[in-house]
Design a protein around this ligand. Structure first.
Ligand code: ACO
Length: 325
């Protein structure tokens, strides 16, 4: 039985349509919604985001990210024996986006399922894939985060619609006798479900409740910085490491101020953090694998380095994964 799992490739995909703050600001102005490039940059660090076209779904973005990751890992699709997709914006109520993706990739028979943990989805999915590989249930997993958050944004609510974008990121996780995933730490606390949610439900052929994202931004902000510090320290302690051992912190990309706060608490310099929130906005479950792929493909994040991934999001959910690349 393999002792460990390792990431052997990364890939990502952003939809073609890119909207700068200036473009979004003028589109919102037409609807009477007032905001500005200055406000968005100062409060969030976001300068631009990508939006999927009307006929593009999470599985379409995931499929394109997977073509890249399979090539990077030099892994034929037929060798994949587990597919996990983290998403809160699935193609359909059912079947899962993972099953739709599996069919697009021409893979048949392996287990495929979605994980719903909002912006923490990728660290949840990676932890599950690692456990299935280490128990001998799988050898080569595709672990994907894919989102089309533009579909659930309320473009009349300036406090949320400027924050999010669409995209997908993926890794191939393989059985290995060398340590890759070193430790993980996952949490949830449903008492905070209301501070970040999309409450609508499908019932009797109708959507009951709002199908659009709503958020108490300040409550999310306050919780996020504390739980991210706790998850980082917990995962480092489990692997008998300290933050001084880290080469990279790749956090969920929600807001540059949350990211700066986390780096400060862990005594890390901003040069040790991969930042994509400026160009991608918050892509929820896709943001961590997207940022990891950007780090790897730019040559900054290298094999053998110690990397901390951490996510926080609706649920309330949070968690971290420590890995040697
Ligand atoms: N443009 C201009 N003004 C705005 C905008 C906007 N887009 N949005 C809000 N404002 C105004 C508010 O109305 C308020 O005006 P007022 O003082 O006259 O009432 C003022 O700006 C300040 O609003 P705050 O909410 O206090 O702004 P804050 O500095 O807290 O920033 C933000 C808001 C960016 C949402 C911040 O709270 C935040 O980043 N929170 C965390 C969000 C987050 O990370 N969410 C994702 C979690 S992951 C997931 O699971 C999806």
């Amino acid at each position: 039985m393999p002792l460990y799992s390792r990431i052997t490739g990364t890939g990502s995909y952003l939809p073609a349509k890119r909207l700068s703050n200036a473009e979004l600001v003028s589109q919102l102005a037409v609807q009477g919604v007032e905001t500005s490039d200055d406000w968005i940059v100062e409060r969030t660090g976001i300068q631009a985001r990508h939006f999927a076209s009307v006929d593009e779904t999470s599985s379409d973005l995931a499929y394109k990210a997977c073509l890249k990751v399979l090539q990077a890992a030099n892994c034929p699709a037929q060798e994949i024996d587990l597919i996990i997709v983290a998403t809160s914006t699935p193609d359909m109520v059912f079947p899962s986006t993972a099953c739709i993706l599996q069919n697009k990739l021409g893979i048949h028979g392996c287990p495929a399922f979605d994980v719903q943990a909002v912006c923490s989805g990728f660290v949840y999915a990676l932890t599950i894939a690692n456990a299935l590989i280490c128990s001998g249930s799988a050898r080569k997993a595709l672990v994907v985060g894919a989102e089309v958050f533009s579909r659930i944004l309320d473009f009349k609510d300036r406090t949320t619609c400027v924050l999010f974008g669409d995209g997908a990121g993926a890794v191939v996780l393989e059985a290995s006798d060398q340590p890759g995933i070193l430790a993980s730490d996952l949490h949830a606390d449903g008492q905070f479900a209301h501070i970040l949610c999309t409450p609508g439900q499908v019932s009797g052929g109708q959507v009951i409740g709002s199908p659009l994202l709503q958020m108490d931004g300040q409550a999310v902000f306050k919780l996020a910085v504390g739980v991210l510090e706790d998850a980082a320290n917990a995962v480092l302690a489990k692997a008998h490491k300290t933050s001084a051992d880290l080469d990279w912190l790749i956090p969920h990309q929600a807001n540059i101020r949350i990211m700066q706060g986390t780096a400060k608490k862990l005594k890390l310099s901003m040069d040790q953090m991969i930042v994509t929130v400026d160009q991608h906005g918050n892509t929820s479950a896709a943001s961590i694998p997207l940022a990891l792929d950007v780090g790897v493909r730019s040559g900054r994040v290298k094999p053998g380095q110690l990397v901390l991934l951490e996510g926080v999001g609706g649920g309330f959910t949070w968690g971290a994964v420590l890995l040697s690349l």
